[in-house]
Write a protein that binds this ligand. Sequence first.
Ligand SMILES: Cc1cc2nc3c(=O)[nH]c(=O)nc-3n(C[C@H](O)[C@H](O)[C@H](O)COP(=O)(O)OP(=O)(O)OC[C@H]3O[C@@H](n4cnc5c(N)ncnc54)[C@H](O)[C@@H]3O)c2cc1C
Length: 456
Amino acid sequence: MQKFDVVVVGGSAAGLTAAITSRRHYPEKSVLLIRKEEQVLIPCGIPYIFGTLGSCSKNLIPDAVLQKNGIDLVVDEVTGIRRDKKSVTTAGGKEFGYSRLVLATGSVPVTPPIPGLDKENIFAIRKDIPYLERMLQALDKASSLLIVGCGFIGVELAEECKKTRDISIKIVEMLRHCLQLTYDQEFSIKAEDVLRAADIEILTGERVEAFLGDKAVKKVKLSSGAEVDVDMVILGIGARANTSLAEKAGLEIGPTKGMQVNRYMQTSDLDIFACGDCAEKVSFFDGKPSPLKLASIATMEARIAGTNLFGPRRANMGVIGVYSTILGDIAFSAAGLTEYGARERGYSIIVGEAEAVNRHPGSMEGGAPLKVKLIFEAGTRVLLGGQVSGAKSAGELINGISACIHQRMTADDIATFQTGTHPGLTASPIAYQLVNAAEMAIASSWRMSTRWERPA
Ligand SMILES: Cc1cc2nc3c(=O)[nH]c(=O)nc-3n(C[C@H](O)[C@H](O)[C@H](O)COP(=O)(O)OP(=O)(O)OC[C@H]3O[C@@H](n4cnc5c(N)ncnc54)[C@H](O)[C@@H]3O)c2cc1C
């Protein structure tokens, strides 16, 4: 049996980052990464395989990073953990000893028990190249596609599938608006307008009751009683933690069914760490269990796990939830709590918004509107969340907003911090959206917002 200081199971966002981090912090330690697949997909790039990229081969994580960081690689499936011997066994009949083990086994798509789910031409998004190649082939033959779920995966898939094909696309969503769990209503409506302009039909407030057809799916029955003709279905309704190895090894499973970890990313066996989609999470805001699963969270957790392997150095403060997407030419980004989500959690809040062109003067090349909305706790004025839409720089600005949330900055901190501006790169210092949104929240703090409407 070959022995390593660190064995990492999983080669995607969390596993790779944990392996790199452990080599950076403990350069004298040997690190082995074991993963199932020969080549690893960039998970967030999967929707773009169906349009912009056109193939799985254009969406791969390069292995050069392993060699560059001195990480050994074995392609095999880990089938067991022998905690008494501190080793893992593989489907290929190998056994590797570890001093510390990192489980980064990720997630698998949720497939609810809807009648008819086993019919042909119904797919979920698996991070699996042969499966996605089959999906691509089916898509190229299809004339009507129904996507279940209007979250990030659903909207990105819809736009991408439409980009290079003459195909009718409908999205079914049980909530009132698309992207409703991440954005307030006005941002969701803007996203829906972009999708409709791309000839994508959105059926909100509807659930799928059954998939109908003989061998292959032909119709989808909805909760309203309507039956929609389709020849292909894609489910984009979330993911669940892949915990089978951990369960077999007797590790504790948490309330959202992830591997239970402490703030240092240790599982109930202190020499075994877990990070990424397979690990249990708590909210940054109230410490309650959180089902969020994002690559940005996976890599943050992996940087904590990889650093703590031989002594506690970093603690996980919980998940904020930072999202970005682009529909048409409009970027949509969000971090932390929405206005609705904050009220639902019982916060009393103040809200500020500011919109300006992201150049000064606005006629400079690349000028586009950029809107920022910030949500603060009313009493302390601590930042709880933000949403940005418009110019592509939203994708970077939201990361700054996430840092402000993480540092629990107040509206006054944000209104008075020093920003760098440039005519060809940003809004003017007078109109700078982030600062002005904080100022608008302060100005409104004498009254509570009355614009909030509870979505159905
Ligand atoms: C279509 C889509 C789009 C997304 N877009 C975004 C986005 O824009 N931004 C964002 O932040 N997040 C996005 N996400 C979420 C993101 O992909 C996940 O949060 C991320 O992949 C989690 O990384 P992970 O390493 O924890 O798990 P995974 O990516 O699921 O990887 C798990 C790894 O473990 C390996 N493995 C599992 N079991 C074993 C075993 N027994 N033996 C060996 N290897 C094993 C797998 O083969 C794989 O390599 C998206 C997800 C999807 C599906």
